[in-house]
Write a protein that binds this ligand. Sequence first.
Ligand code: ZN
Length: 297
Amino acid sequence: MRSQRKDVVAHRALVFVILLLVAFTAGCTGIERQDDGKIVVAVTIPPEQEFVERVGGDHVRVILLVPPGADPHTYEPPPGIIADLAEADIYASVGSGIEFELIWKDKIAAMNPGMLVVDCSRGIDLISTGEGGHPGTDPHVWLSPGGAKVMVENICQGLIEVDPENAETYRRNADAYLDELDALDREIAGALAASGVERIMVYHPSWAYFARDYGLEQIPIESEGKEPSPRGIEHLITQAKEGRIRVVFASPEYSTRSAEVIASEINGTVVLVSPLAKDYLANMRHVATAFAVGGGS
Ligand code: ZN
């Protein structure tokens, strides 16, 4: 199953490279580039789009590679995005080992050698995952305000490198947004401390960085990227009861089936929280409040 999937990925990768070559060659021979004087920044996920737009303001145009609602662990880009990527000045990669980037980042970079590839996770202490949904490192670095701050700083440095004329603007915008992230961090820490919450049960294990930063335990339902077995569900129900869990958190991007089974067994509810919403500050406030209310204490 795994190797079959690898073959499919390899095949699609080859098709993608050929299409890139065609698009790149066409670009050289006169397809009109949209020249609005803006720095074109490709990003992988919607929260990064927010970060880049907040730092870059009017000086940037963002190309979002994994669209809203799609899953960056499994998404494969359509060929239509290729012509756009040929004009990107920067690729702000998440950099923490998310599958989309493990498969595509080098290919995209190779086709556009003039593009600056920024590793937004540079400076973040990555959580390693020997098992579970993400062998290697846990990619969900953006889901703690502390991680987001590092990403914003790396994005700011990348923009200054490519467009030094506007360095002051980028610095000022980044500092303003970093202040908002600090305020968010204090607010979340305060809300969680007041609630006494110690653990959260979540379908997709996106919240390890959040849990690390705020002293919580994350209990994931999904196991190695799949629904748990009936036996696994039994175990989770026991854990939920023992941990005084009242809410099972699921995401709009993933199945809610096993979360619903567990919630009904503990007389709890399923609440949706998104790990990928573009409106980062408001989403994180919403998530923290939901965890404070529905976590186990
Ligand atoms: Zn994820």
